[in-house]
Design a protein around this ligand. Structure first.
Ligand code: SF4
Length: 213
């Protein structure tokens, strides 16, 4: 049983300039015994003509078909989210996608990972480390290795009650000079003091790659 707010979903039309593409991910946490990352597709972050920021969830298949890149002007339809506590992107079930103008810009960014985004299998294989939220919002925002995950915390196994929040992670090289994990993250469980994720789960999740990979 999960106690969550459900909102009515409405279909909308949207358009805007793409400012970032990141993997769309979900993380299941259970104390410090388990942190499992699921790779669902991509989140496109936009700036509208009126200067409003919004984000749209798309599938891996849609990204591979249209090969969206930062600077493209895109339009489409989508639905407002049903579960605001659980879903980070603003809009879902995107369709009628169309590139109105292909990007001609040279990217003005500190981050070198802003070109063609990898396939989901690459993220799956690389694994993620915790990333400081302020870096996610700033230097790392355009990096395709950054993500803001929908996190489910298993708070009570017996009654299957979960808590929800959003957490930032990085799939990039361990040697990236911008990387900082941010503070330890508390993982609460019913009738217990919170366990603190101080980073050793990062080592486990990324054990298949070396410092430079
Ligand atoms: S720290 Fe991670 S997300 Fe940020 S620029 Fe480096 S590789 Fe990208």
């Amino acid at each position: 049983m999960s106690r969550i707010a459900v909102e009515e979903s409405k279909k909308i039309q949207w358009s805007g300039e793409l400012v970032s593409i990141q993997p769309r991910t979900r993380v299941w946490r259970y104390l410090l015994d388990n942190r499992t990352h699921y790779h669902l597709g991509f989140t496109l972050f936009f700036l509208s003509e009126e200067g409003n920021s919004f984000s749209v969830a798309i599938s891996e298949k849609q990204q591979m078909k249209y090969e969206f890149s930062i600077g493209d002007v895109i339009q489409g339809s989508a639905w407002t989210k049903l579960y605001p506590e659980r879903e980070f992107a603003d809009y879902y079930r995107a369709g009628a996608l169309k590139i109105l103008k292909k990007s001609e810009k040279v990217m003005d960014t500190q981050c070198p990972w802003t070109g063609s985004v990898p396939e989901m299998a690459v993220y799956e294989e690389r694994g993620a480390r915790m990333l400081s939220k302020s870096l996610w919002k700033g230097t790392c925002f355009r990096c395709y290795y950054a993500t803001m995950s929908n996190v489910e915390i298993q708070w009570d196994f017996d009654r299957d009650i979960k808590k929800y929040r959003f957490e930032s992670f990085c799939y990039g090289p361990k040697s990236c000079k911008y990387y900082k994990p941010g503070p330890a993250r508390s993982v609460p469980y019913k009738d217990r003091g919170p366990a603190l994720d101080i980073g050793w789960l990062d080592d486990l999740c990324t054990q298949s790659r070396d410092w430079e990979e």
